[in-house]
Design a binder for this molecule. Structure first.
Ligand code: ATP
Length: 541
């Protein structure tokens, strides 16, 4: 809560304004009922105040109440939505910092739920929690002083009433809700992940006739979520009922206490005004009391958001080092493990300038991992991974990215045209450059055969393209980027021998002044390599 409140600091002025307007608004609302009581007293001849004056004051309070409430809400929502924008901005920065290593194992559906609904829920905290709590505090202090001016015992009773409705009762309600709020947010994130997973795996679900089983699981998860929500709503309902009943009892108590304390023959005002003042002044504390059960879910959402903001990346970006050109790459005695599970153990290999070095090895032997270490997605546990004789952790990240192009086993395509999908490798590439890269990747003729050519939209996740076409787009991106160090992970695994030959010829032509690390299981692809190393059980053999 302290962390969430801390974020408000830059908007403290707006918060102060919201509190001032809210306080004035609630005072106007209570003044309406208190003035009403004085009106009654005036009619009965018990108060010396003129009735017309009271009615005019009531009208003014009524209008002012509306305007002040509007101002308070406007300020609160301005603060809330500004802060949500700020938190989203921080969240995307955090995701960029954490990518790719820390995001690899995370469920994407759950991540989406944190980025969207969890952040959205913090609106409750910023618009409906902080300033109402401050308003309630100041308002109660003023009312306790006002009621206490009639009789200090009545002031103390009012203070006790506010504490019971505004603090004790919501505290009990929040204890009754237990971890329901947290469980609800967690389960709702998991459900998003499950739905996304099912959509992605639709082909497998259909092929293996898993539709029913999947649907059953979806229903079970939805039912569990509904049960959690029903419990939360039940607690909220009971909470609201308990506060209303409590308020009525406390009002009656005040009436009895004021009547009992009033001396014989004392004016009616001493009984009526404090009672009416208390009756008309529970608004701000009830607003707090009603938050009791929803706050749990809000803090659960806040925790999930802050967890991501606080997470340390596997590797920090490097800046401020001297720029380096490319003059070969090497791995020296490199060891690496994923969560304590050793993958590489003392790997040493040289990739001199102008050479194509092939890497083979059994599936799971750590070839892709080695390429990722050259990209510095992860840090090695021991040894050093170098470009141009410098450890990659000593090269500015932007510099390293410009030196390398990495073709992974899975080419991700964005929902955009083929041209724009290619241009992510070089944002200012001309159409000729894009075409030349596509020719090298044996892709140009295929693209020209499409009705909209390079402007053809790619379907979501590239479903509209075959595996081989996507792979060639990945290669075309690498050719377009024209980096001196190419890391190619199974670049030809989905290609027929004709397309493979075109690409290998292009690679052979391009090798001048370029270094290529080429991972492949295909002997035909490996023929292009100047040297082939084999990685087995984390070692070069
Ligand atoms: N992010 C990760 N977290 C934990 N383990 C991982 C991760 N990525 C890979 N691994 C594991 O590390 C080992 C090496 O994986 P890697 O992808 O480097 O092998 P590979 O030799 O490229 O395999 P293939 O030839 O099948 O592509 C495998 O056992 C794999 O399960």
């Amino acid at each position: 809560m302290a962390r969430l409140v801390g974020l408000v600091r830059p908007l403290a002025g707006y918060m102060a304004l919201a509190v001032a307007l809210g306080l004035a608004g609630h005072l106007c609302a209570t003044a309406l009922t208190v003035l009403g009581a004085y009106g009654v007293l005036s009619v009965l001849g018990e108060a010396a105040l003129p009735l017309v004056g009271i009615v005019v004051a009531m009208a003014l309070c009524a209008v002012a109440r509306g305007v002040l409430r509007y101002g308070e809400q406007a300020c609160n929502h301005f603060i809330a939505f500004k802060l949500l924008a700020l938190i989203r901005d921080r969240m995307f920065r955090a995701l960029r910092r954490l990518a790719p290593a820390k995001l690899e194992g995370r469920g994407k559906g759950e991540l989406i739920s944190v980025i969207t609904s969890d952040i959205e829920l913090l609106e409750v905290f910023y618009a409906h929690t902080i300033s109402p709590a401050l308003i309630a505090l100041a308002f109660c202090a003023i009312l306790v002083a006002f009621i206490g001016s009639f009789n200090p015992v009545l002031g103390a009773y009012a203070a006790l009433s506010y504490a019971l409705v505004g603090i004790v009762q919501p505290w009990l309600a929040s204890r009754a809700a237990g971890d329901d709020g947290l469980r609800f947010r967690t389960r709702s994130g998991e459900l998003s992940g499950f739905v996304l997973d099912s959509l992605r795996g639709l082909d497998e679900i259909l092929q293996y006739d898993q539709g029913e089983a999947r649907l059953k699981e979806l229903r079970a998860r939805t039912d569990a979520l509904t049960a959690d929500e029903a419990r939360l709503k039940r607690v909220a309902g009971r909470n609201a009922a308990a506060s209303s009943a409590g308020v009525l009892l406390l009002d009656v108590g005040m009436l009895l206490l004021a009547a009992w304390l009033a001396p014989e023959g004392a004016p009616l005002a001493g009984v009526l005004v404090p009672t009416v003042a208390l009756m008309g002044s529970f608004g701000p504390v009830i607003a707090l009391a009603n938050l009791g059960s929803t706050l749990q879910a809000t803090f659960a959402a806040g925790n999930r958001v802050l967890d991501i903001l606080d997470e340390d990346p596997q590797v920090e970006d490097v800046q401020g080092r001297a720029h380096t050109g490319f003059a070969g790459a090497a791995a020296r005695d490199v060891a690496f493990s994923y969560d304590g599970e050793p993958v590489l153990d003392g790997i040493t290999l040289e990739a001199p300038e102008g050479k194509i070095v092939g890497i083979t090895g059994r599936s799971g032997s750590g070839k892709s991992t080695l390429l990722k270490l050259f990209m510095r997605f992860w840090e090695p546990a021991a040894g050093s991974v170098e470009v141009s004789g410098r450890s990659v952790s000593d090269v500015n990240t932007a510099n390293l990215r410009a030196l390398e192009s990495f073709v992974t086993q899975e080419t991700h395509l964005f929902r955009d045209s083929i041209r724009e999908n290619l241009r992510i490798a070089k944002l200012d590439a001309t159409d000729e450059e894009v075409e030349t890269a596509c020719r090298k990747a044996s892709l140009h003729d295929f693209i020209c055969s499409l009705p909209q050519g390079y402007d053809t939209p790619v379907g979501e996740l590239g479903d509209a393209l075959s595996g081989g076409e996507r792979q060639r787009i990945g290669l075309a991106r690498a050719f377009l980027r024209d980096a001196p160090f190419m890391l190619l992970d199974e670049p030809t695994s989905n290609l027929d021998s004709l397309n493979e030959a075109v690409i290998l010829r292009a690679l052979a032509r391009e090798r001048e002044g370029r270094t290529v690390l080429l991972v492949s299981h295909r002997a035909s692809t490996m023929r292009i390599a100047d040297e082939v190393v084999s990685v087995e059980q984390g070692r070069v053999c």
